[in-house]
Design a protein around this ligand. Structure first.
Ligand code: ADP
Ligand code: MG
Length: 265
């Protein structure tokens, strides 16, 4: 019996970059609907560029991006940037950040309605942030900020979620919350693509892995792609195998060689 697999996101010959240099090129990907996809690669390999090129935040130099066979409708895509890419001094509360996820649904003349407020409150609760709803976003810890951004993605009710290193610099509890939420969203039919440099957890959590190093080195189920050849082609000499306690950790190098579950702040 054959099962029809519907491609949700289709990339063809995609190249993107800054100035004359291309950070990624020749990217062909067919991402089915309702999958959890981990994008893995070392620092500077183009993970962020790939996610941002999908929604046009980085100029596309060549190729195409199609969402369900058509142009990318940004209302259907929730994007959570890498923490370093956010201006945390912006004076806005956690609740207001989450409400921004409702803006595409709120008309230009109408403020948020009771339904929007309830949705925002529910999402904050779901990520364990209801108590801190009125707190300024810049005053929250890294893990709390990531939870707030996740809540914003939730209220958007998007069918495609792009999360850039959501687990980096967060505490263990937040990492578990994020993993759980990504799974729930996937189970509800959304496609979730997240960038990470933590190979071990990506292979554990993801339905599909996308190994990136300026191009797509491999894309497929963890069992099929998590091979010495793929790892070498992706990480080369940067690959480090570290043994911590009784856990063997495999990590992509760069500045994030040491693995830490401690909160940054
Ligand atoms: P990753 O997310 O995997 O660490 P990036 O997509 O951020 O990789 O970066 C890919 C390449 O593009 C790197 O060589 C990086 O230096 C370069 N790059 C990233 N952002 C910019 C930018 N805003 N301007 C110029 N070059 C950039
Ligand atoms: Mg990045």
């Amino acid at each position: 019996m054959t099962v029809a697999i519907s491609t949700m996101l289709q990339l063809r010959g995609l190249a993107a970059g800054y100035d004359e240099r291309w950070a990624i090129e020749g990217v062909d990907l067919d991402v089915p609907a309702g999958r959890l996809v981990g994008v893995i690669g070392p620092n500077g390999s183009g993970k962020s560029t790939l996610l941002r090129a999908i929604i046009g935040l980085v100029p596309r130099r060549a190729g195409s991006v199609a969402l369900d066979g058509g142009a990318v409708d940004l209302r259907r895509v929730a994007y959570v940037p890498q923490r370093e890419a956010v201006d945390w001094s912006f004076p806005i509360s956690a609740e207001q950040v989450v409400m921004m996820g409702r803006f595409p649904r709120i008309g230009p003349l109408l403020g948020p309605g009771t339904g929007d407020r309830r949705t925002v409150r529910d999402a904050l609760k779901r990520v364990g942030m209801e108590e801190l709803a009125q707190r300024q976003i810049g005053e929250l810890s890294g893990g709390q900020q990531q939870r707030v951004f996740l809540a914003r993605a939730l209220v958007q009710e998007a069918s495609l979620l792009l999360l850039d290193e959501p687990m980096t610099g967060v505490d263990r509890g937040t990492e578990e919350t994020i993993t759980q939420l990504m799974r729930e969203l996937r189970d509800a039919g959304a496609t979730v693509i997240y960038a990470t440099h933590d190979l071990e957890s990506a292979a554990d959590v993801s339905d599909l892995l996308c190994f990136v190093n300026g191009r797509v080195v491999a894309f497929g189920a963890p069992d099929d792609t998590f091979t010495p050849n793929t790892l070498h082609a992706t990480f080369g000499g940067e690959l480090m195998i570290m043994t911590a306690g009784d856990h063997s950790h495999v990590h992509g190098g760069g500045h994030h060689g040491a693995h830490s579950h401690a909160d940054e702040r």
